[in-house]
Design a protein around this ligand. Sequence first.
Ligand SMILES: *[C@@H]1O[C@H](CO)[C@@H](O)[C@H](O)[C@H]1NC(C)=O
Ligand SMILES: *[C@@H]1O[C@H](CO)[C@@H](O)[C@H](O)[C@H]1NC(C)=O
Ligand SMILES: *[C@@H]1O[C@H](CO)[C@@H](O)[C@H](O)[C@H]1NC(C)=O
Length: 223
Amino acid sequence: MATSTRSRVLEIVSMLFVVIMIMFTKIGDVSADAGACPKCGSLEVPYPFSTDASCGDPRYRIYCNNANELQFMSAKGFKYKILSFDLSVNKLIILPPDLLVVNDNTPTCYSSDFSSQGLTLDEQLPFNISTRNTVMLFNCSDNLLRSPLNCSSSSFCRQFEDKIEACRGTLCCHFLKDSRMTSYMIRVRLGGCTAYTSVVDIQPHDPVDNWNYGIELQWLPPM
Ligand SMILES: *[C@@H]1O[C@H](CO)[C@@H](O)[C@H](O)[C@H]1NC(C)=O
Ligand SMILES: *[C@@H]1O[C@H](CO)[C@@H](O)[C@H](O)[C@H]1NC(C)=O
Ligand SMILES: *[C@@H]1O[C@H](CO)[C@@H](O)[C@H](O)[C@H]1NC(C)=O
């Protein structure tokens, strides 16, 4: 009887030991990589985003620029300003690129990310381009007329065109970035279109100045 009680106690003690070891391992993991990063100036860096190897999750790498701007980097190394995060739906919005400005301060009808062919996401990372983006393309070649894009005179891009003198009078088109297309790229190139912008959840009847300019990205949360 005494022997079996002792072995029962030993059994419980060793089980407790295992449980405590597991708890310590978990706590160890948390402090090693799961802490949120410190603020970037006055900007919160929400978990799992990581501005530094010592915090956040490295797959959600972003950059703190000048302590006043958070940036998202494309697969080609081009950085886009992050405008907002919506943690409740795992989405963030980045600022579409400006037009490229040449030495005498004249804007061209080329996006500033033209040399990286527009926005390309790394397919190995947990981000994609959401289906709420209406992309407007400018200075498109005639080939685009044979594409499913809307290049008609009633395309949304016509409303925006007046705001960008450098692209006025070029062929422009728009499309909704839906799930039938690649969700990892918005492409610009010679022989295609050379500039673009994007509007999140377009409200066609609102004035163009009130449109929500941005590129919405969606992320898969860490397991
Ligand atoms: C439009 O793109 C073509 C190449 O596709 C380029 O040669 C031309 O300079 C561009 N036009 C403007 C206004 O930038
Ligand atoms: C192009 O888009 C406009 C604005 O949404 C729409 O009124 C028009 O029917 C579209 N045209 C084509 C050919 O899809
Ligand atoms: C983008 O990623 C989200 C989250 O992983 C996923 O639910 C969605 O289906 C993806 N969208 C596309 C168009 O691949």
